[in-house]
Design a protein around this ligand. Structure first.
Ligand code: ZN
Length: 333
């Protein structure tokens, strides 16, 4: 009988849930708003309620669920999964999430950083299938990274990840403030909010751009507007992505030297800008990185699984136990 698992991608804004089979096919899906509350217990209760509702729905359709994988946009520590570095979900800082989740859903549960999970999904079913050394860089509200190798699975030496590599410093002199409290991080230069701020500054300066009209009409703009304007030939929008791409390439050079990937996969909403971001990144990378590493980098490409990658990866932790990350399925003290 086919086994199914539920992947729950807990984002700061949305909860994305998917019922996934061992081939990574999503059999059912739903999205709801992530509960917001200064009390972490209320947040967890809301997550449990939404997951339970989805469970009932798929059980009603005849699916048997063998476990639950949860993805978080930060990190967790220890047996009770204490939440760490929760920049975008501050009320969860330090909160042990495993006990309430285990009480609600039993012992077959797993948790991973969302970009670690998305990387696993891309390596199993997406752009990175079969790749020896794949690095994923997801650019959305924040910037997350993960590294997967054929031999070791998910590379994890800092929590369940390669650490906060999206916070690698790429602009020590311009030092824009970052959500992490640091300055000059990659995230502060290429994330969706960073691109939005950059575009707003250009509009304020009076630089000619179609984005000014979008802002007048809608009251605000986002990174997607910048991509669309750039694609339509808007010079200011192209310059903004060119600059973001340059900083991305600066980060890539360091990533190459540390992680030696054969493949760099770009995920997250901002990556949909595609070549408008990747080309300047490639140029900067070629200028900066050691040729030895450059020769071994076969491609830089956009992820294949889109927004569901993290949920699919979370479910895969249950469906392919031990292949990428150890799942603690035993009795919990
Ligand atoms: Zn930072």
């Amino acid at each position: 009988m086919t086994r199914y698992a539920i992947g729950v991608d807990i984002g700061a804004t949305n909860l994305k849930m998917a019922l996934v089979d061992p081939d990574g096919i999503v059999q059912a899906r739903t999205t709801s708003a992530t509960p917001k509350d200064s009390d972490p217990k209320a947040v967890i209760s809301g997550i449990i309620a939404a997951t339970t509702a989805f469970l009932r729905q798929v059980q009603g359709s005849g699916f048997e669920v063998s476990g639950f994988g949860f993805g978080i946009p930060h990190f967790h520590e220890g047996q009770d999964w204490e939440q760490q570095q929760t920049n975008n979900m501050p009320s969860l800082e330090g909160y042990p999430m495993r006990p309430p989740l285990a009480e609600a859903f039993g012992q077959s549960i797993a948790m991973a950083n969302d970009v670690s999970a998305a990387g696993i999904a891309e390596h199993l079913f997406g752009r990175g299938r079969g790749t020896e050394r794949m690095m994923m860089v997801a650019i959305g509200t924040g910037v997350g990274t993960s590294m997967i190798t054929r031999e070791q699975g998910l590379v994890h030496f800092s929590w369940d990840s390669i650490g906060d590599a999206g916070m690698i410093i790429v602009d020590p002199l311009g030092h824009p403030d970052c959500t992490c409290g640091g300055r000059g991080c990659l995230e502060a230069l290429v994330s969706g909010p960073a691109i939005r701020l950059r575009a707003l500054r250009e509009i304020e300066r009076g630089r000619p751009t179609a984005l000014a009209e979008v802002k007048r009409a809608r009251g605000d703009i986002d990174a997607r507007d910048v991509s669309e304007a750039a694609r339509a030939g808007d010079v200011t929008a192209r310059d903004i992505l060119e600059e973001a791409g340059f900083y991305l390439g600066v980060a890539f050079a360091s990533f190459l030297h540390i992680f030696r990937p054969n493949l760099l996969v770009l995920g997250g909403g901002v990556a949909q800008a595609g070549d408008l971001l990747i080309e300047p990144a490639r140029r900067a990378l070629s200028r900066l990185a050691s040729p030895w590493y450059l020769r071994r980098l076969e491609a830089i490409d956009v992820a294949a699984l889109g927004k569901e990658a993290a949920a699919i990866g979370c479910a895969s932790l249950i469906l392919h136990p031990g292949r990428y990350l150890k799942v603690d399925a035993g009795p919990h003290p």
